[in-house]
Design a protein around this ligand. Structure first.
Ligand code: ZN
Length: 492
């Protein structure tokens, strides 16, 4: 009897998970293989799948299945996460969810054209539709403190505008003087190619395999805007783009997406084919990618191990360079226009800017038409950078084309969480740096699997942080990490 209650819940969840699986595959194909004119029908198909998954999650019968399964001893974390999904979905009409997905799919092409022409006015009407739909969405949650909370909590359950604002302002106060101190020092220069793209892929995959990339369960493809798509822990797809002139784009991009993939691949098998068998929030997800990309990938320990191999593949560009020379170049801090190319010190300021503009939009303090001017003014204020065109400014990211307001802050939250986990991992594994220098990335991966990955969504980000650090979200470890790192590299 009790087993039957759990089985009934699991059957319901399995079919919803299958719909998510199919939607993920459609999205992956859209960004890797689909011809441009497929966008409209793909948008319709994706919208239908989203709506069906939404309707199943909102299904009133699910509440009864959850009660019965909880009484029968179903995992409390699973019950909590699915109950939150259900209560959230039950508030939002399926028609609204479908319409948001359809506008997002249409907007992709419109955004690409607007960015190519650097013409914000060509994108603004779709952005207006997204903002209107997101206002309708937020209005489904009248109890939240701030309408932006409802948008952000789609990606970061439990996050509030007031708490994020407080953490971000502490972060900004620490970052601005650090960046100013670095700016007074000589520029370390760049690694100068060419770096043949095939050899970049070779190096990136050799490192990714030591992290845990498994050729039988993963694949890699090219995409204009790299991302990771997972169809369960046995089908992890990462994407990359490579540029012969820059080793960093292809190499660190692959480490980043592999970090995302390791999270999904590390989830315990007992959450297979449920709706909790995925990362618990985008912030925690981003903590995994940024930890591997930056804290491991750009570290002295990592380059002690991998520079000799890199020199075999790129003998001319790396000739005569020691580990320190490479480290200074791959960690160069330069205020710049483009978020995805930003260094670790300036990155979070790009995110803070977007967060502030989004909050202002939903507070009614800022109109869509005024976004480019507001963007450019903040770029000057925070980074001292003049924005020459909307393509390099307000149109640079795809996120707003997808209508995912509330998503950007998760990048900076993830960066903070990464530093908290990195600090804790050094306490738990005292010889971590030596292990990394010896090529052992598995010890760190298994520690992350034990404390973060295995739980999927059955633990919240806050619960994971409490377990690992004994506290909640904290910008201080990130500021310590950046001050230590750049203090040594720039002799501050
Ligand atoms: Zn990422």
């Amino acid at each position: 009897m009790t087993d039957a209650a759990i089985a009934a819940l699991r059957t319901h969840l399995a079919e919803t998970a299958d719909l998510h699986h199919a939607a993920m595959l459609l999205g992956w194909d859209q960004q890797t293989h689909m011809p441009p004119r497929g966008a409209q029908s793909r948008g319709q198909a994706g919208g239908t799948l989203e709506r069906l998954a939404h309707d199943r999650t909102a299904d009133p019968a699910l509440a009864g299945l959850l009660d019965a399964a909880a009484a029968a001893g179903e995992d409390a974390g699973l019950v909590r996460a699915v109950r939150e999904d259900h209560e959230r979905a039950a508030r939002v009409p399926g028609t609204l969810v479908g319409e948001m997905a359809e506008v997002a799919a249409e907007a992709q092409g419109v955004w690409e054209a607007a960015r190519a022409a650097s013409d914000f006015s060509a994108f603004a009407p779709l952005l207006e539709r997204h903002v209107a739909l997101c206002r309708q969405y937020a209005a489904c949650f009248p109890e939240v403190e701030h309408p932006y909370d409802a948008l952000m909590q789609r990606f970061e359950p439990g996050a509030t505008t007031s708490a994020v604002r407080a953490a971000f302002s502490e972060l900004r106060e620490g970052l601005v003087p650090l960046i100013a101190a670095i700016a007074a020092k000589p520029d370390p220069g760049d690694l100068v190619g060419p770096f043949p793209v095939g050899d970049q892929r070779t190096l990136a995959l050799e490192i990714a395999r030591t992290m845990g990339y498994d050729d039988d369960a993963w694949r890699i493809d090219e995409a204009a805007h790299p991302f990771m798509a997972n169809m369960g822990r046995q089908d992890v797809r990462i994407t990359t783009k490579e540029d012969e002139s820059a080793l960093a784009i292809g190499l660190f991009g692959v480490l980043h997406e592999t970090g995302h993939g390791l999270y999904e691949a590390g989830i315990d098998a007992r959450w297979d084919r449920t709706t909790v068998g995925t990362g618990t929030s985008l912030g925690v997800h981003e903590s995994q990618s940024r930890l591997w990309e930056n804290m491991v990938g750009r570290s002295r320990a990592q380059w002690s191990r991998w520079l000799p191999r890199a020199k075999e593949l790129f003998p001319v560009p790396l000739e005569g360079l020691e580990v320190d020379d490479v480290l200074r170049r791959i960690n160069a801090v330069r205020p710049s226009l483009i978020r995805v190319d930003a260094d670790e010190a300036t990155y979070c300021l790009h995110v803070l800017l977007r967060f502030e503009l989004e909050v202002a939009l939903f507070e009614g303090e800022l109109q869509v038409a005024d976004l480019p001017a507001a963007w450019n003014a903040r770029m000057q204020e925070y980074l001292g950078v003049d924005v020459p065109s909307d393509a390099d400014g307000v149109l640079q990211d795809v996120h707003w084309a997808h209508g995912v307001f509330g998503y950007f802050p998760t990048y900076a939250l993830g960066t903070m969480i990464a530093a908290q986990l990195w600090e804790a991992a050094h306490v738990a594994i005292p010889d971590l740096e030596t292990r990394i220098a010896d090529g052992d990335l598995a010890t760190l991966r298994e520690w992350l699997r034990e404390h973060v990955h295995q739980y999927g969504r059955t633990r919240t980000g806050d619960e994971i942080l409490q377990d690992v650090t004994g506290g909640g979200l904290d910008p201080a470890p990130l500021l310590r990490y950046l001050n230590d790192k750049y203090g040594a590299l720039y002799d501050l």
